[in-house]
Each structure stands twice: as structure tokens, then as C-alpha cells.
Design a protein around this ligand. Structure first.
Ligand SMILES: Cc1cc2nc3c(=O)[nH]c(=O)nc-3n(C[C@H](O)[C@H](O)[C@H](O)COP(=O)(O)O)c2cc1C
Length: 173
């Protein structure tokens, strides 16, 4: 059983690609990846801390596979569970709904009592509106592989520096 469970949704594969990049930064056996399509409540409860990754699809919506996973997610007690979030979006194509799914997911998890970590500065992004932007920052790591793919590795690296010790530390505690 891995300490950290990374649950991702994906349509065209970008969010899975990022999940694999994250996995590489952890030690053998520390982290396990789960596509939400097919993931179970048991998968969620077997991991001590969690990462969720999601793209935004439609007009500022959750991917269908994540919407279908919500009843499973809501069946689990997440109070006090440490969770970090990352979201993928397209700030040029969707400046008014930029990474909205990240904000929608954050709100749900917060309501369930989870301890959300890994907020991220809005510096370097250009958008009009985002449900993921609260109190002057993003509620999780934001990546734009459509327009700023060259920044992905650097952004991911500094975000992981921030969340990795907390996720592993919380998992050990
Ligand atoms: C049909 C469609 C709708 C999208 N809607 C949004 C959106 O509302 N907001 C946003 O920030 N990005 C939007 N995107 C961009 C995706 O979130 C982005 O391309 C992401 O990297 C896809 O990740 P995936 O390959 O894991 O599915 C949309 C992309 C597509 C194809």
C-alpha cells in the first residue's frame, strides 16, 4: 500500500502525463497512481494522503469521469485527510473559465473536511476569471500545457518542493 494516492482524471492524456512526472519525483512505493475511471472507495481509504489532478473541460466543467467518481469520493470520510491539488487548463482558449474544475473540486473537498495544501501564485498566468483563484492565489498547482508547456517542469518542481514533505510527513505521522 502506497502512502500517497494520486487520483487523476484525463481526456486527452495531459493530466496523466503530469501524474507520471510527479510519480518520478517520489521514492519507490511512496506513491500510487489511480485513474478515477475505475478507482474505488477502498483505493481512497488505503492511502494516507492524497493528490488529485484534473483538467477543466466543457465550459468550466469537471471531466465526466470525475463527475461519475463523485459519489464514490463522497462515500469516504475525508475529514482531516491531507490533500494537494493540481489542475490543467487553457488560459488563452478559456480565459473566463480558466481551470474552473480545480476550484469546483477544491470546494467539494473542503466541504468534506479535508486539509487542502499546495496553493499556488497567480503570477505568470493571464486570465479573466477562475473558480480556482481564491483569496489572491490558486487553490492548487495550475499547469497550462496548451500555452506554457515549457514552464511545466519548473512549476511542478517548485510545487513539489512545497507539498512533498507535507504529504510524506503527514503520511508517516
Ligand atoms: C472540449 C474542451 C473544453 C475545455 N474547456 C476548458 C475550460 O473550460 N477551461 C480551461 O481552463 N481549459 C479548458 N480546456 C483545456 C484543457 O483543460 C487542457 O487542454 C488540458 O490540458 C487537457 O487535459 P487532459 O489531456 O488531461 O484531458 C478544454 C479543452 C477541451 C478539449
Amino acid at each position: 500500500m502506497a502512502k500517497i494516492g494520486l487520483f487523476y482524471a484525463t481526456d486527452t492524456g495531459n493530466t496523466r502525463k503530469v501524474a507520471k512526472m510527479i510519480k518520478k519525483q517520489f521514492g519507490e512505493g511512496d506513491i500510487e497512481l489511480f485513474n478515477v475511471k475505475g478507482a474505488t472507495a477502498e483505493n481512497l481509504t488505503s492511502c494516507e494522503t492524497l493528490i488529485f489532478g484534473t483538467p477543466t473541460l466543457g465550459d468550466g466543467e469537471l471531466p465526466d469521469t470525475l463527475t461519475e467518481f463523485l459519489p464514490t469520493l463522497e462515500s469516504v470520510d475525508l475529514s482531516g485527510k491531507t490533500i494537494a491539488l493540481y489542475g490543467l487548463g487553457d488560459q488563452v482558449g478559456y480565459p473566463d473559465e480558466f481551470v474552473d474544475a480545480l476550484g469546483i473540486l477544491y470546494k467539494k473537498l473542503k466541504k468534506m473536511g479535508a486539509t487542502l495544501i499546495g496553493s499556488w501564485s497567480g503570477e505568470g498566468y493571464e486570465f479573466n476569471k477562475s473558480k480556482a483563484f481564491r483569496d489572491g492565489e490558486f487553490v492548487g498547482l495550475v499547469l497550462d500545457l496548451d500555452n506554457q508547456a515549457d514552464l511545466t517542469e519548473e512549476r511542478l518542481g517548485s510545487w513539489l518542493e512545497q507539498v512533498k514533505p507535507v504529504l510524506l510527513g503527514a503520511a508517516v505521522a
